[in-house]
Design a binder for this molecule. Structure first.
Ligand code: SER
Length: 316
């Protein structure tokens, strides 16, 4: 029986992943946790919820023991732009939280899923069709913690036999919960701008390509990899996955097909632009496809249709 503790459960991924996991494994078997209880009844009232600050190892251990979990999905982390504003805090939360999670998993014999990111790459990485195994010298504290995290997860698998798994997520686009301060957030905010104001000011320059994915595909990736046959996995942690790659003008054009009066201008943020330019234009995700059958369902056109429909319902 799978019983799962999710850290950072009230963030952009967690609020949707917890509901999906509760559907699959049963409401009582998925323990949501976050540093604070937020006004999010969908999560805190649809199953167990605990306050867990991942920097405090005993809080992770207490929640894991209380519910006798056999898996931890560790999502609590700072994103790239907030991480650049406060690198020391990003190190403390991203590295400290992951280290504590892996230690608890080792002691309690739990498996661990934790996401890495396109942020684990840097300026010296090949930009197009970025290989699974390549140069990783990121230029942000977020990226430093993601590369170190990938290595730490591999280490716990090889050294202690902890069943660790992970993917490198691209920018994630969703309508349920806003992302918490990343570089790819424009690709979420643009839809809110289009639906609410019929306009958006973009902080990323025209022509800047990044990988992106619609949340339903991201959730499927987590579940599929966690359920994958371990004997087929050559890479356990840090699989490249992507669903689409676009620059701001492409998402603008796609929205305009649905909302002809939509307008966009640019006011570039130098910090996030520098980060975006250091990341790949497009990932090669063939290892994930071959080793555990990764396959996205949404492209820019189908995602845009669904995002606009869902946001129109949510914001009316
Ligand atoms: N979406 C993340 C960010 O922009 C990248 O993983 O920080």
């Amino acid at each position: 029986m799978k019983r799962i503790l999710v850290t950072g459960a009230l963030g952009q991924i967690g609020t949707e992943l917890v509901l999906k996991l509760r559907d699959i494994y049963g409401e009582g078997n998925v323990v949501a946790s976050d540093i604070k209880r937020k006004d999010c009844p969908k999560i805190v009232e649809s199953g167990p919820f605990e306050i867990v600050d991942v920097v405090q190892a005993h809080q992770i251990a207490d929640a894991a023991k209380k519910y006798d979990v056999d898996m931890i999905i560790h999502l609590a982390a700072l994103l790239s732009a907030v991480g650049e504003a406060n690198p020391a805090k990003a190190w403390k939360i991203n590295m400290g939280g992951l280290f504590n999670t892996l230690e608890v998993a080792r002691e309690l014999k739990c498996s661990v899923f934790t996401p890495s990111s396109i942020g684990a790459f840097g300026n010296s990485t090949p930009k197009d069709n970025t290989p699974q195994d390549t140069i990783q010298r990121p230029d942000t504290m977020y990226g430093v913690t993601k590369v170190a995290g990938e290595l730490l997860c591999d280490y716990y698998f090889h050294k202690y036999g902890v069943d660790t798994k992970g993917v490198r997520f691209p920018g994630l686009i969703s309508y349920e919960t806003l992302p918490g301060g990343g570089t790819t957030d424009y690709a979420v905010h643009i839809y809110y701008g289009a639906v609410k104001d019929r306009r958006y000011t973009c902080y990323i320059k025209k022509g800047t390509y990044m990988d992106m994915m619609y949340m339903p595909d991201a959730l499927n990736a987590v579940v599929t990899l966690c359920e994958a046959d371990p004997s087929k996995l050559i890479h356990r942690n840090a699989f490249n996955i992507s669903a689409m790659s676009f620059a701001p003008e492409h998402i603008y054009n796609e929205i305009k097909k649905n909302i002809p009066e939509f307008e966009m201008d640019y006011d570039v943020d130098p910090v996030r632009q520098r980060i975006a330019e250091s990341w790949p234009n497009s990932l090669d995700d063939s290892a994930a496809r071959a080793e555990w059958g990764w396959k996205p369902h949404y492209d820019l056109t189908s995602m845009t249709k669904d995002m606009l429909k869902k946001l129109n319902e949510k914001l009316k």
